[in-house]
Ligand binder design. Structure first.
Ligand code: GRF
Length: 208
């Protein structure tokens, strides 16, 4: 069984999708052992507590430098004996101490089809605002491994979602979550836990 640490900062609907996947037996070789929040008031912490999952808060504002924060995060992950780290709406950028220690073992969900509408500054509603402004007819979500480049790691799974003429950023965000994020994040985590993700020449291949 792999220990999965889920890092959150907000409402935690992706965390909930992972909890539901675990309850349904979809996560065959893994279990969520810890939820670490970047904010003390994140509702995601409540979801974890309701499901008996240990929680911690590691907040960037409590550390003098990005390096100290990164080190504290690594200590928290090691104390939780984390084998896999899932960023489910975690708003702080990870530093190289964590990304090196967990190379190809950190998974992120991003609410667009990377390489569109991603990178520094593209988070939350801003991603969907940018997609609507550009006028794309489809958008979606991407699950990828985390590297030192923001949203630049190897892509694991993507799912396309239709954009409608009358969409607002909020409506589009909800559709992307329902149709893509809550589907492909638990699936990618289950594939990882079953050892079905193989890295070849910097690209991910899903093994049968
Ligand atoms: C999601 O849109 C996710 O793609 C992004 O942050 C949001 C988190 O939402 N990285 P939630 O906290 O899981 O509800």
């Amino acid at each position: 069984m792999l220990n999965i640490a889920v890092l959150v900062s907000g409402g935690g609907t992706n965390l909930q999708a992972l909890i539901d996947a675990q309850k349904s037996g979809m996560l065959k070789n893994g279990a969520i052992s810890c939820v670490i929040s970047g904010r003390g008031d994140a509702y995601a912490l409540e979801r974890a507590k309701q499901n008996g999952i240990p929680t911690r808060v590691v907040s960037r504002k409590d550390y003098k430098s990005a390096e100290e924060f990164d080190h504290a995060l690594l200590c928290a992950l090691q104390e939780a004996s984390a084998d896999l780290v899932v960023l489910a709406g975690f708003l702080s950028i990870l530093g190289s101490e964590v990304t090196c220690a967990y190379k190809n073992r950190i998974i992120n969900i991003h609410p667009s089809l990377i390489p569109s509408f991603c990178g520094a500054g593209f988070y939350g509603l801003r991603v969907h605002e940018a997609a609507l402004k550009y006028g794309v007819k489809v958008t979606g979500a991407t699950v990828h491994f985390v590297s030192d480049v923001v949203d630049g790691g190897a892509i694991i799974l993507q799912k396309v979602v239709e954009v409608r003429d009358d969409d607002t950023p909020e409506v589009l965000q909800r559709r992307v979550m329902e149709q893509a994020e809550w589907v492909i994040l638990p699936y990618a985590v289950s594939l990882f836990c079953e050892g079905k993700l193989s890295m070849e020449n910097g690209r991910v291949r899903v093994l049968p």
